[in-house]
Ligand binder design. Structure first.
Ligand SMILES: [Zn+2]
Ligand SMILES: [Zn+2]
Length: 210
């Protein structure tokens, strides 16, 4: 069963929709990588990390996501000059989605974005349970089972989905990039080396603050 799911930043100024969501139409996994941890610390939203520093992420097709309110508040940060574009709502620092360039068509969304709307359904119901965990070597404390080795099944599922979205015409319209120019539609900042390094002690596997 697929359904349209409301998405909303914590303060409600940025609002949109994920169309035709279903467990079979997305990839859901927990990412423990140090970059995902650093991003949420940078936003001041470490509250969205699980106890091991994991981010609960669903990957969806770009054309399935649209914003109908507050798009002027959308911005992105890149942890390094070539790093992922990590989009967020500047009003309340809610992460909106991680992307690379639109040639690789996917948006990886921290599932909290779907929990702020009134009447939100549990993520397990909408997306199905997480299919695995990756980059457990950066997890805080004991890495979750199976998370430290490359997850071939998960990776194959991702590539299969990305290919399907590309061939199925779901790469455009993209919520964060302009189709004609291929450029970001919203402001993007890149962290300096010093800013990136300052986040490292906060992240796994051994955060200095713990
Ligand atoms: Zn907000
Ligand atoms: Zn990650």
């Amino acid at each position: 069963m697929s359904r349209d799911v409301e998405l909303q930043c914590r303060c409600g100024k940025v609002h949109g929709w994920l169309r035709d969501a279903s467990p079979g139409g997305v990839n859901r996994a927990i990412c423990y990588c140090s970059d995902c941890q650093a991003f949420l610390h940078h936003l001041g939203r470490a509250d969205l990390l699980d106890e091991h520093g994991g981010s609960d992420i669903v990957q969806v097709a770009p054309s399935s996501i649209s914003f109908d309110r507050g798009s002027e508040l959308i911005a992105a940060v890149r942890l390094t000059p070539k790093g992922l574009y990590r989009w967020y709502a500047s009003c309340c620092k809610t992460p909106l989605g991680n992307t690379v360039k639109p040639q690789l068509p996917f948006v990886g969304i921290v599932t909290a974005l779907f929990q702020h709307a009134p009447g939100a359904r549990p993520c397990d119901e909408v997306f199905g349970p997480s299919r695995g965990a990756v980059y457990g070597q950066f997890a805080i404390g004991e890495p979750p089972p199976g998370s430290t080795k490359p997850n071939v099944r998960l990776l194959a599922g991702m590539i299969w989905k990305f290919l399907g979205w590309k061939l199925g015409g779901k790469a455009w319209p993209h919520p964060f990039f302009d189709r004609a120019s291929g450029n970001p539609k919203h402001p993007v900042t890149v962290l300096s080396r010093a800013e990136r390094d300052a986040l490292r002690p906060l992240c796994g596997p051994r955060p200095a603050s713990a």
